[in-house]
Design a protein around this ligand. Structure first.
Ligand SMILES: *Cc1c(COP(=O)(O)O)cnc(C)c1O
Length: 410
């Protein structure tokens, strides 16, 4: 049970989990888990689990192999590194925000040498600078480039395909690893077409699955190199998981309920279609952007992502002016109004809030959440431009009903 100080009344109606992970879990996915565990070697379960590996590969856009861990995204990060990056290896991290920083930190903790290409955390990485740095490494000491597609802290989406081009034009053999935890399912990602060697993701963002599963999608080249890599690894080892025994696909007991949940979520993803799913996220993101744009007109709120083309499909980071406590807005929305938002991370702590719009979301949920954010701004005395929610309505109406909404405008 939730203890709240601002809202003594019990919650009635739905809680909107508009955090950038975990995200709202569809009822169908919840229902899929409501069953007893089965025998480890149950043949129906084995077939269902194997179908998840194949379908995840489709979501990643790869003919490569997918590995699945009972872990969160941090586990997926470590797995990718443990299989390929040894102690003392150099990795290049083009900075995008707290998540590129944290992946680099994890690499450092594993003994790698990490070089960051700094950024202001307000724009995507610059592939020209990646290329320049690779050119300055004629001895090919850089083992891997760690690229975060959508950095959930800054809500900036970077061009992963451009990172590949930087590697190609400089003729550098470093591996390209992509973190798509916050973007897979919400944003176009084509692992093979873009030449990504390893992609890491987790279950609880746009994939509509409960937290607790993590994925590595691995190209043939990365798999080959990992076989030869002298890194120490056990649970994360891809090689262990490629044996004939079903049990070893999970290096132990499969997280059965999460697999049932994932199967249901994958069915939902293919029923909608990946392209339609991206378009839905884009449309909802644009509505959020329309509201933030208007709220910002009073001078107290602004987008963290400065370049509109780089604003993420799945999350929007809103900065508040000095002297305003962003956490007050967030806590009031969560504890008083049943809408959970993300807080500012790292240097943005207390200085930003984040609206998650990923996974199982639609127009009413986004409009409801935006309405509550506006209420919270008002309650906290934060100056905001009036009409943000109306701007979101207009944006959605225009996207869904272009003919009539234009005729009715004005
Ligand atoms: C959420 C997230 C992670 C970490 O995932 P956890 O499941 O919290 O460990 C990593 N990268 C990005 C981009 C994320 O959004």
């Amino acid at each position: 049970m939730r203890y709240t100080t601002t809202s003594p009344a019990p919650m009635r109606g739905r809680n909107f989990l508009m955090t950038p992970g975990p995200s709202n879990i569809p009822d169908r996915v919840l229902a899929a888990m409501h069953r007893p565990a089965v025998d480890l070697m149950d043949t129906d379960f084995m077939a269902l689990a194997e179908s998840c590996f194949d379908d995840l590969a489709r979501v990643f856009g790869t003919a490569g192999r997918v590995f699945l861990y009972a872990s969160n995204g941090h586990g997926a990060w470590e797995a990718a590194l443990a299989n390929l990056v040894g102690e003392g290896d150099l990795v290049l991290v083009p900075s995008t925000g707290m998540f590129s920083w944290a992946w680099g930190k994890l690499a450092e903790d594993l003994g790698a040498r990490v070089e960051e290409l700094p950024s202001d955390w307000r724009s995507g990485f610059d592939s020209a600078r990646i290329e320049e740095r690779l050119h300055a490494d004629p001895g090919h000491r850089i083992r891997a480039v760690l690229a975060v597609q959508t950095d959930t802290a800054t809500s900036v989406t970077s061009d992963v395909a451009a990172a590949r081009r930087a590697l190609d034009t400089s003729g550098h053999p470093a591996l390209l690893m992509a973190d798509v935890v916050a973007s897979l399912g919400s944003t176009d990602f084509r692992m093979d077409e873009w030449g990504v060697d390893v992609a890491v993701a987790g279950s609880q963002k746009a994939l509509m699955t409960p937290p607790g599963l993590a994925f590595n999608a691995v190209s043939e080249r990365a798999l080959r190199e990992s076989r030869a890599a002298g890194t120490r690894r056990a649970y994360w080892d891809w090689r262990q998981r490629m044996g004939k025994e079903f049990y070893m696909l999970f290096c132990g007991t499969p997280p059965e309920h999460l697999i049932w949940a994932l199967r249901e979520a994958l069915d939902m993803i293919f029923e909608e279609g990946l392209d339609a799913m991206f378009a839905r996220h884009r449309r909802l993101a644009r509505a959020v952007h329309a509201a933030v744009e208007v709220w910002g007109q009073a001078g107290a709120l602004e987008f963290n992502a400065v370049n509109p083309a780089e604003r993420a499909n799945s999350v929007t980071t809103v900065r508040v002016a000095d002297g305003i406590d962003a956490d007050r807005v967030r806590l009031l929305a969560r504890d008083g109004l049943d809408v959970s938002l993300g807080g500012g991370l790292g240097p943005l702590e207390g200085k930003a809030f984040r609206i998650g719009h990923m996974g199982w979301v639609n127009e009413p949920m986004v409009l409801g959440a935006l309405g509550v954010v506006e209420m919270a701004l008002k309650a906290c005395g934060v100056p905001y431009g009036k009409g943000g929610v109306t701007a979101a309505v207009d944006s959605l109406a225009e996207a869904r009903f272009p003919e009539t909404s234009r005729a009715g405008a004005g």
